[in-house]
Design a protein around this ligand. Structure first.
Ligand SMILES: Cc1cc2nc3c(=O)[nH]c(=O)nc-3n(C[C@H](O)[C@H](O)[C@H](O)COP(=O)(O)OP(=O)(O)OC[C@H]3O[C@@H](n4cnc5c(N)ncnc54)[C@H](O)[C@@H]3O)c2cc1C
Length: 493
């Protein structure tokens, strides 16, 4: 029989959502808080370990952002053009990206609490840096609305900072401690079963906060829920997010929510590892992301374009573009740039695989495409590019192709300045959209639409998004709902 132990609050996982919940619970007055992490210590941190840790949140513009980056030199900060991002902007982005399907109350909470949650992180001691993603024009750095900051040191930096805070508050972290069952029923939860190396045991608590991520690293669940080529998809983040806690919660009677047949899938280097794509050494972004497609064209293995590369800024299209690539023959495509496009690349590509050539036919031969077809695709694309309006990377410039399918709706410049480059890409899965339903206190709801007493959830385990995703909302969602979960779990009777 399993041994029995007790604490005040259990947090399942040791990714960013989990650390935020544990810290919030202690700050809210919880007693002994125990985090249970499946991974060994060297691999803890879940997807956050690989994350760029950019945050999207409501703010008033440059003056407010300055509070987060006081060490940025004045002359550099003066070049940063950071416009306000209002509650209406964020709400409209969520509504548009999710096809209006996102739970209205949760969307409202996410928007309303985003500013407070990110300031809470800052006030708790988390350090920040300006984002690498901006358009540099005439010496000025133009940031997209809502996204100007990431946590210093990227994914690992964020984890180390949260771990330091958690340990200072006396939070206990148990590695190699997979949760293999939930004690309770659809009315109330009293603890979890842990399959520790030295033997299984039951850990009882007043509150359980589930932060165990999505199911993207589980091929059986991908094949069961996701469409098409996702059975063999490369996993951008941790190998440990295999969805068993989600399954336990559903078996208990938690209500399923979010888009179960979808997930965040973005274009990555086709030669990426199967799991756990590495970050840059400075923590500023992931080495395998290929998000500059708005400044070139993308073709499939048949040499044909297959989506509108200029529909909007990549932050509004990248999470679905990986799915578009996965739907192509061989789940592969090539991003083609000329020198004008290459000059615009915002993500450092020095570690990328690519081929370069002085003309398009030679480039086609190098990447194994039919030269006549690729040349025809490029010539037809070039002929469809307009003379006006002028190219402007700071905004949707309306420089749209005419008379070709699919169109390129913005930034349509001819591919005519050699040498040309082709970057091979595939779609990589970041996280899944299906999960459990929570309410605005981060309480998990049951199939009878009642909160399950003592059970909370935050992070990718929550079913929230549909179809698409505005970049950098995952980390903000974690901070918002983990803070609420920790706060309410600490105060609940
Ligand atoms: C390459 C990459 C870049 C990204 N960049 C950004 C970005 O810039 N901005 C942004 O907002 N989002 C970004 N994301 C997404 C973001 O990182 C995730 O949404 C977020 O990390 C999810 O947090 P989480 O705590 O819910 O899950 P995770 O961080 O994945 O943590 C889940 C934890 O639970 C553990 N676990 C799983 N099962 C069990 C079990 N049975 N028992 C105990 N523990 C268990 C796992 O080991 C893991 O440590 C990125 C993701 C990736 C992969």
């Amino acid at each position: 029989m399993a041994a029995k132990q007790e604490c005040d609050i259990i947090v399942i996982g040791a990714g960013s959502a989990a650390f935020e919940a544990a810290v919030a619970a202690r700050q809210g007055g919880a007693g002994r808080v125990v985090m249970l992490e499946k991974a060994p210590e060297a691999e803890y941190g879940g997807n956050a370990r690989y994350s760029g840790t950019g945050f999207r949140f409501v703010h008033d513009g440059a003056k407010e952002i300055r509070q987060f980056v006081p060490d940025t030199p004045d002359d550099l900060f003066a070049t940063m053009q950071i416009n306000p991002y209002t509650s209406e902007d964020f709400a409209a982005d969520l509504q548009r990206m999710t096809g209006g399907r996102m739970d209205a109350a949760l969307a409202k909470t996410l928007v309303a609490e985003s500013n407070g949650a990110v300031h809470w992180m800052r006030e708790s001691g988390i350090q920040w840096e300006p984002l690498r993603e901006h358009a540099l024009v005439d010496g000025k750095r133009y940031f997209e609305r809502g996204i100007a900051l990431h946590v210093a040191g990227g994914g690992i930096g964020q984890l180390q900072q949260w771990r330091g805070l958690a340990e200072k508050l006396g939070v206990e972290i148990r590695f190699e401690s997979p949760v293999c069952g939930i004690i309770g029923d659809m009315r109330a939860v009293e603890g979890v079963r842990v399959a520790a190396r030295e033997g299984s045991y039951d850990l009882h608590a007043r509150g359980v906060i589930a932060c165990s991520g999505g199911f993207q690293a589980n091929p059986e669940m991908r094949a069961r829920y996701l469409p098409g080529a996702t059975d063999f998809v490369k996993v951008r983040g941790t190998r440990h997010d295999t969805g068993e806690v989600t399954r336990h919660l559903l078996e208990l009677g938690a209500r399923a929510a979010g888009h179960w047949q979808s997930g965040h899938m973005s274009p990555i280097d086709a030669n990426s590892p199967d799991f756990e794509t590495p970050q840059h050494e400075d923590g500023r972004g992931n080495t395998q992301s290929r998000y500059d497609y708005p400044f070139g064209i993308s073709v499939n293995a048949l040499g044909q374009r297959f989506f509108d590369e200029g529909e909007a800024q990549h932050s509004y299209t990248y999470a679905k573009t990986g799915r578009a690539v996965l739907a192509q023959p061989g789940a592969r495509a090539y991003q083609i740039y000329d020198q004008k496009g290459l000059a615009r690349l915002r993500y450092p590509h020095h570690v990328a695989s690519f081929e370069e050539a002085g003309d398009i036919a030679e480039l086609a031969r190098k990447i194994g495409l039919e030269p006549a077809v690729l040349r025809d695709t490029v010539e037809r694309f070039n002929a469809a590019c307009p003379a006006a309006p002028a190219f402007d990377p700071r905004r949707l410039d309306g420089r749209a192709t005419r008379g070709i399918e699919p169109p390129k709706s913005n930034w349509a410049n001819p591919i005519d300045a050699p040498p040309y480059r082709a970057y091979p890409v595939t779609g990589g899965i970041t996280f899944t959209f299906g999960g459990v339903q929570i309410d605005s206190h981060a309480r998990v709801m049951n199939v009878a639409d009642q909160p399950i007493r003592g059970l909370y959830a935050s992070g990718d385990i929550v079913g929230l998004f549909f179809h698409n995703y505005p970049s950098f909302t995952g980390q903000t969602r974690n901070a918002v709902f983990s803070r609420l979960a920790g706060h309410h779990a600490a105060r609940a009777n």
